[in-house]
Design a protein around this ligand. Structure first.
Ligand code: ZN
Ligand code: ZN
Length: 180
């Protein structure tokens, strides 16, 4: 019974993995709330109050700085999970994203990150999601035109690039599953 629940949970996690928002771990959400709260405390409790400074201004500054820092914490949390999904070095990238100032590390990360890897259902070679065929066993991962070999949509009847009649290709049945 317990085992059953567990396997169902892990299955749900696997499908939710596609949702980008679920890529943000709980610890970074909690930390983001804490950071936001402590920035409010810093602005309203610790920093010296000047008499000429108006309260709306102080609220606005506290809110915007708090949001900026909290978003950054969420971003770091996202990277910490995304980096594993892409089989990149987690510790190296976490260091880069945290150490480089003003979010530059995060920008570098999003420019350089590797495509998400999955496994070929036929031979379990690691393949990038952009591949149309498995590099090791020629297993067809995505629908392609049989004449020009560009990617096509499962619902296309003719190739959008060369006009080829896709029905002639006799694509594997599992790729045609949703076309009718
Ligand atoms: Zn394969
Ligand atoms: Zn074509």
């Amino acid at each position: 019974m317990l085992w059953n629940f567990k396997s169902r949970d892990s299955k749900r996690e696997a499908t939710e993995g596609d949702n980008e928002l679920s890529m943000i771990p709980v610890w970074s959400i909690v930390l983001a709330v804490l950071v936001f709260a402590s920035v409010q405390y810093l602005f309203h409790g610790v920093l010296p109050h000047h008499r000429h400074e108006m309260l709306p201004m102080r609220l606005l500054m506290g809110y915007s700085w708090g949001t900026a820092f909290a978003s950054y914490v969420l971003l770091v949390g996202y990277v910490s999970r995304d980096v594993k999904r892409r089989k990149m070095s987690a510790s190296l990238w976490m260091l880069i994203v945290i150490v480089m100032p003003g979010g530059i590390g995060a920008i570098v990360y999003f420019l350089l990150r590797q495509p998400i890897l999955s496994r070929c259902p036929h031979c379990s070679t690691e393949v990038a999601s952009s591949y149309h065929f498995c590099p090791q066993c020629q297993f067809q991962m995505a629908p392609v035109c049989g004449r020009c070999f560009r990617g096509t949509l499962i619902t296309d009847v003719y190739c959008t690039q060369c006009g080829h009649d896709l029905a002639e290709d006799q694509a594997p049945a599992r790729l045609r599953a949703y076309s009718d």
